[in-house]
Write a protein that binds this ligand. Structure first.
Ligand code: NAD
Length: 299
């Protein structure tokens, strides 16, 4: 079926979902949008979505349902109360929210037993990537469901990867973000150590960025302003990926690790550091603002 002929119910049109739904409109999909926030819904209408009166009205007659909700509890309730009872059989369900692996697996199992196809497809990339259509999707689901999801995911992102069966997308997402949280924390402390040892930070960058300490946190997202490619540090840590969201993902990783008996000491330490940043009232800043704690010796 061509995208033009397909209707997507889009539930959750916040910071991320708003941009993603707009890109589906641009690709030719008909979007039936629903959000509990009238403001979010009206922005979606402004970008060409049709406003649905309720989540139930949005999913009826849809070929595909995309959810982009804050957390697992929201996904569980929208799936149980609305999507599973009211979506037409054989509808494809794509959940792009970042949620716990157990919820992703359980909602998918419920969907499959009701005759629906389900894929978890969380994203890497923030609000700017959602607007630009350059997100990376890591998907979990059967091969058949994944192949059905690829065109719609490609209309919202530049890279789509199948991680494995249901829940594997969420597992990839939280393991990746735990690694990101820990490497950013290590990058922040290395820059501050180098400076306190008398090194010019630019010189340290020139050396470490081509040496074994190199990482994405350093070379694509440097936590110090004026060094490396432009990053949130150059905008006083505004925009980017909020520290509260990094903390949310680290907590999901710790819970999952606990569940399967995996030791994650670096993840635990990173979570404690971001918790401290959030508790100090800086949760809305980009997560690279963690360097401020190191600079003021308040970790
Ligand atoms: P957000 O809070 O801006 O948007 C969520 C939207 O869901 C809100 O508009 C809210 O009104 C709506 N909503 C909540 N419950 C609802 C319900 N029952 N029915 C309909 N609408 C409902 O959050 P966001 O930043 O867009 O993030 C969405 C998801 O994407 C989260 O799981 C987040 O962890 C993940 N994520 C966010 C980023 C980011 O940079 N913001 C990056 C990657 C992943």
């Amino acid at each position: 079926m061509s995208p033009i002929a397909q209707t997507v119910a889009f539930i959750g049109l916040g910071n991320m979902g708003g941009g993603m739904a707009a890109n589906l409109v641009k690709a030719g999909y008909t979007i039936q949008a629903f959000d509990l926030s009238a403001e979010a819904l009206s922005r979606a209408v402004g970008s060409g979505c049709r406003s649905a009166m309720s989540a139930r009205a949005a999913v009826q007659d849809a070929d595909i349902v995309v959810t982009m909700l804050p957390a697992g509890a929201h996904v569980r309730s929208v799936y149980a109360d609305t999507i599973i009872p009211h979506a037409a059989r054989s509808t494809l369900l794509i959940d792009s929210s970042t949620i716990d692996v157990a919820t992703a697996r359980s909602v998918a199992a419920d969907a499959l037993s009701a005759g629906l196809d389900a894929v978890d497809a969380p994203v890497s990339g923030g609000i700017a990537a959602a607007q630009a259509g350059t997100l990376t999707f890591m998907a979990g689901g059967t091969e058949v469901a994944y192949l059905r999801a690829v065109p719609v995911l490609k209309a919202m992102g530049k890279t789509v990867i199948r991680a494995g069966s249901n829940g594997a997308g969420q597992a990839a997402k939280i393991a990746n973000n735990m690694l990101l949280g820990a490497t950013m924390a290590a990058t922040c402390e290395a820059f501050v150590l180098a400076q306190k040892l008398g090194l010019d930070p630019q010189k340290f960058y020139d050396i470490a960025s081509i040496s074994s300490g190199q990482s994405w946190s350093m070379t694509s997202y440097c936590p110090l302003p004026g060094i490396g490619p432009e990053s949130p540090a150059d905008r006083d840590y505004q925009g980017g990926f909020a520290a509260t969201l990094m903390l949310k993902d680290l907590k999901l990783a710790l819970d999952a690790a606990n569940h399967v008996g995996a030791e994650v000491p670096m993840g635990k330490r990173a979570a404690a550091l971001y918790d401290h940043l959030v508790e100090s009232g800086q949760g809305e800043f980009d997560f690279s603002a963690l360097i401020k704690l190191h600079q003021t010796n308040s970790v």
